[in-house]
Design a protein around this ligand. Structure first.
Ligand code: CA
Length: 219
C-alpha cells in the first residue's frame, strides 16, 4: 500500500514516517501544500494522511482541489485536539476521517487500516481466500492455518492481489504499491516477489495473465 504523508513539522514527520515504514507501507513525505498538490496530481496513492496547517498552501485547500478533481483516494486529516471547527471543515471538504495530534500511534495505524478496508469495499478486517489469510493488524499470514513468513514487499504484492480476487493488476500497478520515490525499482522486482510468494503459497495461487499482469483467481 502506498501512502502520502503531508506534514510540515520535521520531527513529527520523521517519526510518523518511521512508524509507517515499519508497518511496511510505501510512503512519500511532502512538507507543504504545494508539494502535496503536485504529488496528488502525479501519483496514485492508497491513502493520504494530511496535516491541515501547512505552509505555502492550506491543507483544506489541497483537499478541496483533490475532491474537485473527483479523486476518491481516502484522506485522513490530522488536527489539533481542540480543533473541532477544523475537523468539521476537513470532513465537509471531503476528508474520510480525522486523527488528533499529538498522535496516538496505535490509533493512527488502526484508523489507516480501517480506511484502507473501507475504500476497498471490505467489511472484514482479515483477508482470507482459498486457504490463505492475511491479517493487516497483526501482520500475520497463514496458509491452511499454518503461519508463514513474508517479506515486506511480498506482503505488499499479496495484499494488493488478494484484496480483489479476479482483478488483474499490471506490473506497473503493483510497483506503485511497492515503492516510494526514494526506492530504486529494478525492472524484474515484481517477478521476484511473485516467485517468492509462489514458493510459499503454491504455484497456482497467483497466476500470470499474459501481457496484462497478475491475478489471484476468484475460484
Ligand atoms: Ca502543521
Amino acid at each position: 500500500m502506498r501512502l502520502l504523508l503531508v506534514e510540515d513539522d520535521a520531527m513529527i514527520g520523521e517519526a510518523v514516517l518511521q512508524v509507517l515504514r515499519a508497518e511496511h507501507y510505501a510512503v512519500d513525505w511532502v512538507r507543504d501544500g504545494v508539494m502535496a498538490d503536485a504529488a496528488l496530481r502525479s501519483e496514485q496513492y492508497d491513502l493520504v494522511l494530511l496535516d491541515l496547517g501547512l505552509p505555502q498552501r492550506d491543507g483544506l485547500d489541497v483537499l478541496r482541489a483533490l475532491r474537485q478533481r473527483r479523486a476518491t483516494v481516502p484522506v485522513l486529516v490530522a488536527t489539533a485536539r481542540d480543533g473541532v471547527a477544523e475537523r468539521i471543515a476537513g470532513l465537509d471538504a471531503g476528508a474520510d476521517d480525522y486523527v488528533l495530534k499529538p498522535y496516538d500511534i496505535d490509533e493512527l495505524l488502526a484508523r489507516i487500516r480501517a480506511l484502507l478496508r473501507r475504500s476497498a469495499g471490505r467489511g472484514e478486517p482479515v483477508f482470507a481466500h482459498k486457504g490463505v489469510s492475511l491479517n493487516p493488524a497483526t501482520r500475520e499470514a497463514t496458509v491452511h492455518g499454518l503461519p508463514i513468513l513474508l517479506s515486506a514487499r511480498e506482503w505488499a504484492v499479496l495484499e494488493a492481489l488478494i484484496a480483489r480476487p479476479g482483478a488483474v493488476l499490471s506490473r506497473a500497478q503493483l510497483e506503485e504499491k511497492l515503492f516510494s520515490w526514494k526506492d530504486d525499482v529494478s525492472s524484474n522486482a515484481v517477478e521476484v516477489y511473485v516467485h517468492g510468494l509462489r514458493k510459499k503459497l503454491g504455484n497456482d495461487f497467483i497466476q500470470n495473465v499474459r501481457g496484462l499482469g497478475y491475478v489471484v483467481p476468484r475460484e
